[in-house]
Ligand binder design. Structure first.
Ligand SMILES: Cc1cc2nc3c(=O)[nH]c(=O)nc-3n(C[C@H](O)[C@H](O)[C@H](O)COP(=O)(O)O)c2cc1C
Length: 186
């Protein structure tokens, strides 16, 4: 699937608005993600007007690209959906967010994952700004728009990160899994 291999963070956008149909596609893709115990704790706050999402630049120093974005989606979790002893909402919502980013690429859109969780201060500020209840967490904000330019994508396969059978058997840098050559590592 070429979109996985070609996805990159996009932080510069044109003035072209993002169609509602495409926003719905993004949300549908996100909600197809796997989740622990099928909890599906995700909620998405869609912000289409600049005056709605620009205040986030006052909360996080890393979201300046919102100034150019055409819309933004806040990826949230309802923690009352918790079924097990552990919190799995960050993993569940991360899977949903990755689906959203890949679908954005597929639709010709550009987007970037801007982390909020686990910064409690930022989460509290977003709760106040958007009226989120206390049991709602915020994983990230995703600025979205049409890319202002295309970024070249590099091959990111690092064979030395692949261990086969046990930790010591590592693929030699620059080789492939198809015909494995090992570099012993301790
Ligand atoms: C948990 C997480 C938090 C991130 N937060 C930000 C952020 O606040 N601002 C930003 O510009 N990019 C953010 N990014 C995007 C990363 O910088 C980006 O994915 C990384 O540099 C790799 O580049 P690529 O997405 O183009 O492959 C975040 C990514 C992740 C997974």
């Amino acid at each position: 699937m070429k979109e996985i291999f070609e996805r990159v963070s996009v932080r510069n956008y044109t003035d072209q608005p993002v169609e509602r149909e495409k926003i719905e596609d993004l949300l549908r893709a996100a909600m197809c993600a796997p989740s622990s115990g099928n909890e599906r704790p995700w909620h998405f706050l869609v912000l289409e007007q600049k005056e709605k999402f620009l205040p986030i630049t006052q909360i996080s120093p890393h979201v300046e690209m919102l100034r150019e974005a055409q819309c933004a989606i806040l990826v949230c979790a309802d923690t009352t959906q918790k079924k097990y002893r552990f919190d799995f909402w960050p993993q569940d919502c991360s899977a949903a967010l990755e689906n959203l980013l890949i679908e954005a690429k597929h639709l010709g859109l550009g987007a970037v994952w801007c982390g909020i969780y686990p910064d409690e201060e930022k989460i509290r500020a977003l709760r106040t700004l958007y009226g989120l209840p206390d049991h709602v967490e915020v994983l990230a904000v995703v600025p979205i728009g049409y890319p202002a330019y295309e970024r070249q994508v590099k091959d990111r396969f690092h064979s030395e990160r692949v261990h086969i059978g046990d930790w010591q058997h590592v693929l030699t840098p620059g080789t492939s899994y198809v015909t494995p050559q090992y570099e012993e590592e301790c």
